[in-house]
Ligand binder design. Sequence first.
Ligand code: AMP
Length: 176
Amino acid sequence: MASATLEKLRAGVRDVPDFPKKGIVFKDITPILSDPALFHASIDLFLERCRGKKIDKIVGIDARGFLFGSTVAYELGIGFVPIRKRGKLPYKTEIAKYSLEYGTAEMEVHVDAMMAGDQVVMVDDLLATGGTSAAAAALIRKVGGKLLEAQFLIELEFLSGRKQIEPTPVISFLKY
Ligand code: AMP
């Protein structure tokens, strides 16, 4: 994608200091979602990375990963699987724990969300410490999927989150 488009996307990310708590600079992607050209361009970034790969499912991470991931799945004509924070999925689930700055949290996926051997690409808006994505990667494997690649619109490189996911390839489009 042209670097001018990437710069427009970067300009569409709004920094919100001290949200959800003091010291965190929240990368707000809602200005991208609400601008048709930017939303389109963001989806195209994921699509370009997916073309030519044999992908059975896109997995999106609660909650902004659903917005990008489900649109990408729709465009590719393949299925979408949500990985959710614990307590939201109604059927039988597999659960993975992960560390937060304070304490732990849990993510869930339905046990029958994919077929054994399904080739999967994971999509989220942002890679920070990588704890969420590492838990999601573990869940994908638990329910029989093969994680081909993890894709993020934004990567906070200084947090080194990709180390939690590698050697699975990690792709991000806007690096900070
Ligand atoms: P982590 O597990 O630390 O990689 O956090 C990743 C998850 O938390 C993603 O689903 C992001 O949407 C969210 N997140 C973490 N840090 C930020 C941030 N600075 N701005 C926006 N979202 C964030």
